[in-house]
Each structure stands twice: as C-alpha cells, then as structure tokens.
Design a protein around this ligand. Sequence first.
Ligand code: 164
Ligand code: MG
Length: 370
Amino acid sequence: MKIERIELQQLNMPLRFRFETSFGSTSIKDFLLVSVYSEGEVGYGESVAMPNPYYNEETTETVWHMLERYLIPQLLSTPIEAPEDVDRLFAPIRRNNMAKAALEGAVWDLYSKKKGISLAKALGGEKSIIDVGISIGIEPTVKQVLEKVERHLGEGYKKIKVKIKPGFDVDVVRAIRETFGDDVPLMADANSAYTMEHLDIMKELDQYNLIMIEQPLAHDDIIDHAKLQKELRTPICLDESIHNVEDARKAIELGSCGIINIKVGRVGGLTESKRIHDYCQAQDIPVWCGGMIESGVGRAHNIAITTLPNFTIPGDTAASSRYWEEDIVEPGVELVAPGQLAVPESPGIGYKVNTNAVGKYAIRSATFRP
Ligand SMILES: O=C(O)CCC(=O)C1=CC=C[C@@H](O)[C@@H]1C(=O)O
Ligand SMILES: [Mg+2]
C-alpha cells in the first residue's frame, strides 16, 4: 500500500445532550480524525480518547503527540501490505492504544476500499444486521433516567445501560425494574466507582436480574473483580481493565468476569479486537462493543467489528441522531428497524465522510508526507 499523505484533524462537535459518568461530564466531543490517502482512496479512523485522562490515561493531546511524533512517521517510512502489519509495527510502543487504533483503523478502511469489500467483510464478519443498545449517563434525578429509558425503549433499543456511582445506583435500577418490568434487558456501568467496601451495594444490585455489572472496581484490577464475581450471580463485565488479549486471558483464567466489553480504541485497534474476540469465543465468554460517543466514523468501525459472531450482546452503538445535529458521515448511522442497524455493503466503512461538516468542526489540522 503506497501511502502518499496522512491528514490529522482535531474536531470539536457539540453533543445534543450532556453525558455524565462517575468521572465527569461533557457536552462537546473533542476528538481526532485521521485520513490516510493512497492512490485515489482515503481511509478514515477516529481517536476515541477523551480531552482529559479520566476514562484512561490518554487525552486528545497525547494522541496528537503520539501520532505526530511516532506512529505516523513509522507508518510513512515502512512498507505495509495489510492492516495486521500496522499492528505489528506499533507493537514495540507501549500502550497509547487509542492513538494506535486511530491510525490502524484508517488503514483497515483503506485496505478494504482497495479490495472493494466492506470493512465488516475484511474483518471476517458475518452479520448483515446488528442489534444495538443505548448507554444512559448519570442524570440529575432518577425520574430523568426513567424518562430516557422510556424514550429509548420506544425506539426499540435492545439493551439499556445505565451509569451508576455511589449514591446513584440501587435506586436507579430498582426504579427501572418497578416502572418497566423484569424483561427489560438492563445493565449497569460503574466506571470503577466502587471498592470491595461496597459489597453490600453490589449484592443489592445482584437482586435485579441485570445482564451484567460493568467495571465495578478499579480500572487496573482483576484480583478484586475475581473475588467480587464469586459473591455475585450477575456476570461482571470488564471494560477499563482489558487492554489486549493477554489481559483478557488472565481475567478469564482468574474468574474476574463473565463478559468482556471490546472497545476498539482501548485495545489498540481492530486487529487486537479480533484477537480478543476469537479468544473469548474459544473460552465461551460473550463480548459486545462498547461506545465512546463516537462520530459516524468511529461508529462505522464499531458496526464492522460487531459483525463477528461472538458479539452476541447488543453494543452501545446507538444512532447518530441521538448524539449529533449533523454527523460527519452521510447519511448518518440510523436505525433501520427498532434497535437495529444495517451493516453497509459498500467498500470500507461504507459511509461517505462529509468534508464540509468536518471543515466546520475542525479546530486544528496537519498534513504528513513520506
Ligand atoms: O453512547 C456511547 O457511546 C457510550 C458511552 C459510554 O457509556 C462511555 C463512554 C466513554 C466513557 C465511559 O463513560 C463510557 C463507558 O465506560 O462505556
Ligand atoms: Mg464502561
């Protein structure tokens, strides 16, 4: 693949709502778009790092730095045939997974466009339709969470995820169960807001037939999660704790989780996402695709990876219109049936990037050549 030029753009896109988790809230999406140009084709990737290092250690600025200083120069000076070569090329650099994933994802898109096949197909995906759920942030009141649950159930979303934190947990889950019944596919995500001192709260949550409790304990822990899992019948799902297939193997061997959330950015790209998927499939551990409030580009990558067969639980990839007045892809990612997205069949990510919209939201850009 002869790469002629790589463009890096920082975008600030206003969100249609304020998204709050146990570690902060945001109403502007600050992220990087990577465009890789080669012989008339462009591949797109998106960095899912947040502006501040609270979800993980990366930020928009650290990703820009890693791309500019290390990853883009390495890619521009090394001949590559396939996206897996990019994964190998970046392996000696420790962590900085979101930076690696942004560029590797753009190469996957480019590669599948050159082959004339969809990204889903290039990854070995099988589905033509995927089921999706929705992630509801922490709201000022339980009543406001209930209103959102009602709206999104009405849209047919196949899984409701609610964010919890100490003081905003059992009440939320109980109210949802009392209002909407036991059949609603419901889960809670704690973003590491609890410790083993909160075992009583976890045991209370265990009574509500949740599909899973996501990342209750520390972001860097798998030992206490294993202890906690022994106390609960609800499966624990790991998000922040899993950065690669080795983390997945160790967590599964220890019994720290029954489910894994694969976020392409957090694990360093689509190649590593596939490895984790394959390993979990062999171990009978279901996976699902977590969201990072992506623009349409990241959303399209999430749709593609979700077509692999062991993605058996609906992910967080909700419709573009939930997040954006105007997405940077056209048409936006929209439901084709209640709670379902169609997997594009056209080459690459299968969505056209709207360069006017990109220009409107761009606050910084740089171009790199071999
Ligand atoms: O709608 C989405 O894209 C999912 C958003 C979501 O739940 C998350 C996004 C970013 C960081 C976290 O707060 C969180 C998660 O942990 O899954
Ligand atoms: Mg999470």
